[in-house]
Design a protein around this ligand. Structure first.
Ligand SMILES: [Zn+2]
Length: 238
């Protein structure tokens, strides 16, 4: 995304008790990385809420919670998967987005920031309208996406998972790709720890500090304020 810098560490599919998710979040926060957790409202367990609040208390400023759909149920088919998209009315989308947001606000208070990562990266015009109406300033689908004209859309540059067949990239492949990337725009990693092998996750946690400094990492909250600041500046120049 033009003009925006920083590294975004997005950890997806948070909600159900999953020890590998917890390991990743705990270790990254402990090392001072800012991580943003994409939480599925209807997956949330009390155990997960307690764990995330514990991390936030232990390592202040490192954890951000944002919304990852509502149920994460696929309303499409096996070729075109989506929770939000065609065939789902604006009202239906808006109601579920609103309910999900309320669940996360209730559970996490100020740790929650209204960013929306749609499951499977899919959405349609109704989703954009619903998000705008519900006060979401930012969404996160794919790094190379064109502007949708309604909501700022930024995503980490590397999804560390392949979906067909589902498997994580070996850490060496991620590190190689990272080192070949440019450092002058927003970058980042999308992690799915619950789907990784323990060994592979450990390789990631060992490798990340070698290529990414904790001070480089940002939350959606900061991306939005930086974007707004530059927007205002641009308007003043014009
Ligand atoms: Zn997901």
């Amino acid at each position: 995304m033009k003009n925006l810098r920083g590294v975004l560490l997005r950890i997806d599919d948070i909600g159900k008790p999953e020890s590998l998710n917890n390991t990743a979040i705990y270790e990254l926060c402990k090392a001072g990385y800012k991580v943003t957790c994409a939480v599925v409202p209807l997956w949330l367990s009390q155990e997960t809420i307690d764990f995330l609040l514990y991390c936030a208390r232990s390592f202040p400023g490192t954890l951000e919670i944002h919304q990852h759909g509502y149920t994460h149920i696929n309303h499409g088919d096996s070729y075109h998967k989506y929770e939000y998209g065609s065939g789902r009315s604006l009202q239906e989308q808006e109601n579920t987005i609103r309910e999900g947001k309320a669940i996360l606000q209730q559970a996490f208070g100020d740790l929650f920031f209204p960013a929306f990562t749609p499951p499977y990266g899919e959405y349609d015009e109704n989703t954009l309208q619903a998000l705008a109406r519900e006060g979401f300033p930012i969404m996160s689908t794919f790094a190379d996406v064109e502007s949708n004209g309604i909501i700022l859309d930024v995503a980490p540059t590397i999804d560390c998972f392949e979906w067909d067949p589902p498997r994580e990239w070996p850490w060496e492949a991620v590190a190689y790709r990272w080192q070949r990337g440019s450092r002058d725009s927003l970058e980042g990693l999308i992690l799915h720890p619950r789907l990784m092998s323990e060994e592979s996750l450990q390789a990631y946690l060992f490798g990340i500090p070698k290529i990414i400094g904790a001070a480089e990492t940002v939350h959606f909250r900061e991306i939005v304020s930086e974007h707004n600041r530059r927007d205002k500046q641009d308007r003043q120049v014009i």
